[in-house]
Design a protein around this ligand. Structure first.
Ligand SMILES: [Zn+2]
Length: 310
């Protein structure tokens, strides 16, 4: 959306990663509590972490992996795009770390040059609670789309999987407060995602990343100078570079998750493409190098990027 049609979108400078004609920024929600790592990645033990010294101090403390919740805000082809929407505020959740949050996420997004009404596309990599939370916000007693002018995208395979699944109450609650208000408003688009990917904005491709969920997508950014890949939950944590067979406890098909991860890391290895982890703690990004029959992440901090004046 151009500034001519979006006067609310105040230009803003900040930090992020420039890929040439595409810029991506991290918008923080929360650092996840320390018990998240051992729960989510039970095989990422202290001994496993010890085998990859580069994980500390950024990606692990003395004993456990660190994890975070954030979104990525992307400008591409004159569009403002938000990739995944975190946990959200005021949601009733069984997980105490996710229940009734009250963060400044929308203010941080706005400060980065992405006021909610200026956002054109919202990509949800998969339909899990911690990726759809800011799809909606509370207006009075109603959950309404937080991005009123946006199209929300998810893969048709992902949508169809959950539509055919007998949902427990917690998941039903998530759909009621974070997904259905968007589809009821006519703002959800289902995308068929072929093996080679589907371009949803100039240089922005959804690519299949099944395993964690059947229809999960990763987001490939093909900038004029550089490529990047936003993981979704295909890679929860950098320990899955040094130990690609470490799975999360919530992967629906763990063997497929390992295959997806292996394919992605093989394609990224020893290139200058940037890996952007949806749950990686800061510095969140880096390039992938082969090491000891597996991989390591060479971390790359966000730098100053141009104003979001797309
Ligand atoms: Zn997640």
């Amino acid at each position: 959306m151009s500034t001519a049609t979006s006067p609310q979108a105040t230009p803003s400078t900040g930090t992020g990663w420039s890929l040439g004609d595409i810029v991506v920024r991290r918008i923080d929600e929360i650092e996840l509590p320390r018990q998240t790592g051992p729960w989510l990645l039970p095989d990422a033990t202290k001994e496993v972490l010890d085998e990859a010294s580069w994980l500390r101090p950024d990606f692990a403390d003395a004993d456990v992996p660190r994890l975070a919740s954030h979104s990525f805000a992307v400008t591409a082809g004159g569009l403002r795009i938000v990739v995944d929407t975190g946990i959200g505020n005021g949601k009733t959740r069984a997980n105490p770390a996710w229940n009734g949050l009250d963060t400044d996420f929308l203010e941080r997004l706005t400060a980065a040059g992405f006021p909610p009404e200026s956002v054109d596309l919202v990509i949800t990599t998969h339909l899990h609670t911690d990726h759809v939370g800011w799809n909606t916000r509370l207006a009075g007693e109603d959950w309404v789309p937080a991005f009123p002018g946006a199209r929300y995208l998810t893969s048709r395979t992902e949508w169809d999987h959950w539509a055919a699944t007998d949902l427990d109450e917690a998941r039903s609650q998530m759909f009621r407060d974070s997904v259905l208000p968007v589809s009821d408003a006519g703002q959800y688009d289902l995308v068929d995602v072929p093996e080679h990917g589907h371009e949803v904005a100039p240089g922005v491709f959804l690519v299949p990343a099944p395993g964690h969920t059947p229809g999960q997508v990763a987001v490939e950014l093909r900038g004029s100078d550089r490529r990047a890949l936003i993981t979704g939950d295909s890679i929860h944590h950098p320990v899955q570079l040094s130990h690609p067979h470490v799975n999360s406890c919530v992967d629906i098909d763990s063997a497929q998750a390992v295959r997806t991860r292996g394919r992605m890391l093989d394609a990224l290895a020893d290139t200058d493409a940037l890996l952007l982890g949806t749950h990686f703690p800061q510095p969140t990004a880096g390039t992938v190098r082969r090491e000891n029959g597996a991989y390591r992440l060479l971390a790359e901090h966000a730098g100053r990027v141009p104003a979001a004046t797309a």
